[in-house]
Design a protein around this ligand. Structure first.
Ligand code: OAD
Length: 260
């Protein structure tokens, strides 16, 4: 795939790059996305029965078992070339902010630091009753069995049931993470939106905020979609292919200068 020179130029001159990722960045690590037609989680499971407070109140062991199944998938997965390219990019630009909607830890395991998790994390459960984070880290998950019921562990503070540390439908996003994300969107010169359908609010506003503030916005996604024209690009392809290509192309000149 030919990468537009406008993208390369913008990236080379950027003082602040914002990378905004969704489930597509982890797809090639074997973690299912949410909305892909056949394999997406929300094509196979009803979000109302799994990703709401009402669902947990109704059947906590079903919900906890399902999230443990997902935690095991992540535990067994490895970061892919897209996660690694993003970590490498941060070493090649003046400033990089990484915001993810993903609840896995594959960015961190690829070497990224200070990742902003807008939708929480599978590995940091909270108490359903008192809302405090768990005292003890979760042990490694058991072998995944789809549909298995598992009794949630108890809160070390109040004895209530622990719930997954992710944001469910109808819940607010973590205040600080959202504020940091909006501020970074207003400040960045280039925003790379990688592997997200961009339909879940308020996260979906982030590329728009950046574009309206004058940033170049680049979407990396195998899906096709129109762009507004000025300062917006669509690089059609898988994240693990496009990002390493972009990195090689965008930073070749600096590397050669460095070697000389
Ligand atoms: P979606 O499943 O909505 O979108 C995944 C996107 O990744 C789609 O646009 C795919 O075309 C794209 N994609 C698939 N494979 C890819 C690849 N190899 N490289 C690049 N892109 C690829 O996932 P999200 O946008 O992350 O919310 O969904 C947003 C939120 O909806 C999630 O964070 C989750 C869900 O409900 C919470 O958990 C709160």
């Amino acid at each position: 795939m030919e990468i537009d020179q406008g993208v390369v130029d913008a990236l080379q001159h950027a003082k602040h790059v914002l990378v905004f990722t969704g489930a597509g960045v982890s797809a090639e690590s074997g973690i299912p996305t949410f909305r892909d037609a056949l394999s997406g989680l929300w094509a196979r499971f009803d979000p109302a029965a799994l990703a709401t407070r009402e669902a947990f109140r109704r059947d906590p062991s079903f919900v906890w078992g399902w999230y443990e199944w997902r935690r095991m998938q992540v535990y067994k997965a490895q970061p892919n070339l897209a996660h690694r390219a993003i970590a490498e990019l941060s070493a090649n630009v003046a400033k990089l902010t990484l915001i993810t909607q993903n609840v896995d830890d594959l960015h961190e395991r690829a070497g990224s630091i200070d990742v902003i998790h807008l939708h929480g994390s599978l590995s940091t459960p909270r108490c359903f009753a008192c809302a405090r984070f768990a005292v003890e880290p979760l042990p490694p998950p058991d072998e995944p069995i789809e549909g298995r019921h598992l009794e949630p562990p108890r809160c070390g503070h109040c004895g209530g049931k622990l719930r997954p540390g992710v944001v469910w439908f109808g819940e607010s996003l973590p205040t600080q993470a959202l504020a940091q994300s909006f501020a970074a969107a207003k400040d960045c010169d280039v925003l790379l939106s990688v592997g997200t359908s961009g339909v879940v609010e308020p996260a979906a506003q982030i590329p728009d905020i950046a574009w309206r503030a004058g940033a170049t916005v680049v979407h990396i996604n195998p899906d096709t979609k129109g762009v507004r024209g000025a300062r917006e690009f669509w690089l059609e392809g898988r994240a693990s292919e496009v990002l390493p290509q972009l990195l090689a192309k965008g930073f070749r000149r600096q590397r050669i200068e460095f070697i000389r």
